[in-house]
Design a binder for this molecule. Structure first.
Ligand code: E4P
Length: 216
């Protein structure tokens, strides 16, 4: 399973890159807004310099024409830019046109298996089911993820399943158990995946015993 970082923060992206596990980055308008008044295209270019894998840049137009204009513009920033389109009728029309032009599209805001089928039929390179946001409203986001993976396994569609809106390590572990192609997560979740109190305790004990025996 590939690990994408769900952030637009350059420091977090640099930190994750030092672990050697950042296979890509997903941004969205809210994450970009958190970075203050940055120039969007320059900021995406800066992310693409740090990470060689796919970097999602989301369109904000509502209509297909606007999405196509933005998408083509963003795709020219760097060769690893993936255009992110919303799972709306207009978004899927844009997805079809962009992917016919050879531009990769990540279809975002997916909340049903039916929507995921439509995105695959539109030629999406990635489908992003939002697990955490379903959990937030009392539905099980992981059930949706499993359902999409089951459906996609029946066909030769090239669309990769990108588990999104991940809130904690259990989401990552379960997505991996199901065989999701990618999980995109905040830096905090990557950091939490390292942690176990018994690792800390065991390491402290090993070092204490080592020093007690007179070794330096
Ligand atoms: C995915 O590409 C989105 O940016 C993201 O996963 C949304 O997550 P959130 O529900 O934590 O905002």
């Amino acid at each position: 399973m590939k690990f994408f970082l769900d952030t637009a923060n350059l420091n977090e992206i640099r930190d994750a890159a030092t672990f050697g596990i950042a296979d890509g980055v997903t941004t969205n308008p809210s994450l970009i807004a958190k970075e203050g008044g940055v120039d969007f295209k320059e900021h995406i270019a800066a992310i693409c310099e740090i990470v060689a894998g796919p970097v999602s840049a989301e369109v904000t137009s509502q209509d297909t024409e606007g999405m196509l204009r933005e998408g083509r513009d963003y795709a020219a920033i760097a060769k690893n830019v993936v255009v992110k389109c919303p799972l709306t009728r207009e978004g899927l029309k844009a997805t079809r046109a962009l992917s016919d032009d050879g531009i990769k599209v990540n279809v975002t805001l997916c909340f049903s298996a039916g929507q995921a089928i439509m995105a695959a039929k539109a030629g999406a390179s990635f489908i992003s089911p939002f697990i955490g946001r379903l959990d937030d409203i009392g539905e099980d986001g992981l059930v949706l993820l499993q359902s999409i993976i089951d459906v996609y396994r029946n066909y030769e569609w090239k669309t990769e399943v990108l588990a999104a809106s991940i809130r904690h390590p259990i989401h990552v572990i379960e997505a991996a158990r199901m065989g999701a192609d990618i999980a995109t997560m905040p830096f905090k979740v990557i950091d939490q995946l390292f942690n176990h109190p018994l690792t800390d305790k065991g390491q402290a004990q090993f070092l204490a015993d080592w020093h007690k025996s007179g070794r330096k």
